[in-house]
Design a protein around this ligand. Structure first.
Ligand SMILES: Nc1ncnc2c1ncn2[C@@H]1O[C@H](COP(=O)(O)OP(=O)(O)OP(=O)(O)O)[C@@H](O)[C@H]1O
Ligand SMILES: [Mg+2]
Length: 448
């Protein structure tokens, strides 16, 4: 037998079968199959046009194929026709029915191979782009995949991590045995404890430092031994924010409690004493009503004056709790009232006429009140205090400026409490107070 398949007249389907068998993958198989067809049939060119437009071509060295094929046949499988095979050169010399199916099946396999290549590429890209650490382990707990977020978070290169036991890599030493036991128990048919739930754990970096993390482990459906994938997120910042929020809430609650105590004290020391005294005066007046009408009249005048003082005291107290004018008229009249009462000369540069949520108005009001009081108390020598409130882009910007000595910081009780009040609304309080160059207390408060 001649060693060249074409020359030996090996049936074309055997040549194709042999070409496919020897190929490493389906792309290669197709190229070899087309060459085998071309050689076996003595063609110049073979062109496969797939239904989706994809083309593969074999051409004899040095051949110049014509524009139109001399004949063509379909490549088909049980599912129908997959491609048209155009042959350039002499006409068909044999039945090609078997070749039609051989090529059809090959094209089908090639499609599957390509689509799983695409799926794999997509999977890789997703892992690379993920912000969460994605770590895949096999049934023995060894790392199969360690994405870039995991590399950054834990400080191991993927090449160093893959193949090592995950427990040893990222689980703190005292937790490792529990982790291993959990995996063992699950593989022996136990109920999963950790699977498909979000849990908070402590994780350990390559340098031994630890951080709180949120973890979800899922079993991936693959044939063979079980494979698990873990999605892990560093929640250090979230924990810190939660802690700050809790602390600020506690301070607010304490401040509210303090305010209640102060009102209680003010009522006790002020209005209550005055009312007690009114009652005593009235009692005296009643006693002398018949025998000494003139003295009784004097006592009644006294009682009336005491009542007026008590009423004024109560009004003052109520103003300190929540200014009625703010509730009724909004920031404009309320801030004008504050400026009018300010011991230092003060003026309003701007204040919006519209209304805002009650908590926002109250916060702005207290910023201005504290700014004016502080200026009067600490900025001796200031010639003017200016109040400016501007609304825009969902925020209320409040500023109180004086041209006093400066040197203030946010550490104090008044400003500290104010910072909490503003932060509770998602805003921030700032003070700019260079020594010798005046003080600006400002707050930005979200108001939508
Ligand atoms: N406008 C200002 N000019 C100069 N120094 C200021 C000014 N405002 C505040 N300070 C300084 O900053 C400190 C902190 O102010 P803060 O309002 O927190 O406390 P306070 O006014 O001393 O007390 P509280 O407000 O609790 O009654 C003040 O003690 C003062 O030294
Ligand atoms: Mg103060």
């Amino acid at each position: 037998m001649n060693s060249s398949p074409a020359a030996a007249g090996v049936p074309v389907e055997r040549a194709v079968a042999r070409a496919i068998r020897g190929a490493a993958h389906t792309d290669d198989a197709l190229a070899r199959a087309l060459a085998a067809i071309g050689e076996a049939l003595g063609l110049e060119q073979v062109l496969v046009v797939e239904n989706d437009g994809g083309r593969e071509r074999w051409r004899r060295d040095g051949a110049s194929a014509g524009d139109s094929p001399s004949f063509e046949f379909p490549a088909r499988s049980e599912r129908g026709t997959l491609a048209r095979v155009e042959c350039f050169g002499p006409g068909p010399s044999a039945s090609l029915e078997v070749v039609e199916v051989q090529l059809g099946q090959l094209l089908e396999r090639r499609r599957v191979e390509h689509s799983s290549d695409v799926a794999e590429l997509r999977h890789r890209a997703t892992l690379r782009a993920a912000l969460d650490c994605v770590i895949t382990i096999d049934h023995e707990g060894s790392v199969l995949e360690f994405n870039p977020a995991a590399e950054r978070t834990f400080g191991y290169a993927s090449e160093a991590a893959v193949g090592r036991e995950m427990a040893e890599l990222i689980v703190p030493p005292e937790m490792r045995e529990r982790h291993r036991a959990g995996l063992r128990r699950y593989l022996e048919g136990g109920e999963p404890i950790l699977l498909d739930r979000r849990v908070e754990v402590e994780a350990q970096r390559a340098d031994g430092s630890r951080f709180p993390a949120e973890l979800t482990i899922t079993r991936i459906e693959v044939p063979g031994e079980p494979v698990f994938t873990g999605h892990l997120r560093d929640i250090t910042e979230r924990r810190a924010a939660e802690h700050q929020l809790r602390q600020s809430r506690t301070r607010l609650v304490e401040a509210a409690y303090e305010a209640r105590r102060r009102i209680e004290r003010d009522l006790h020391d002020g209005a209550q004493q005055q009312l007690v005294s009114v009652a005593m005066t009235l009692q005296g007046a009643r006693g002398s009503l018949e025998r000494e009408p003139a003295a009784a009249a004097e006592l009644l005048d006294e009682a009336i004056a005491e009542l007026r003082a008590a009423t004024a005291e109560l009004r003052e107290l109520a103003r300190g709790i929540h200014p009625a004018v703010l509730t009724e008229g909004g920031l404009d009249p309320a801030l004008r009232g504050l400026v009018r009462r300010s011991p230092l000369a003060a003026k309003i540069a701007a204040v919006p006429a519209e209304r805002f949520p009650a908590a926002v108005e109250a916060a702005a009001y207290f910023v201005v009140a504290e700014g004016l009081t502080n200026a009067a108390r600490h900025a001796a020598g200031a010639s003017l205090v200016e109040v400016e409130v501007v609304a825009g882009e969902g925020r209320l910007e409040v500023a109180v400026r004086d041209d006093g000595p400066g040197g203030a910081s946010l550490g104090g009780g008044g400003l500290g409490g104010l910072a909490d009040r503003v932060a509770a609304l998602g805003g921030e309080l700032a003070i700019a107070s260079p020594v010798g160059a005046g003080t600006t207390l400002s707050a930005g408060i979200p108001c939508e």
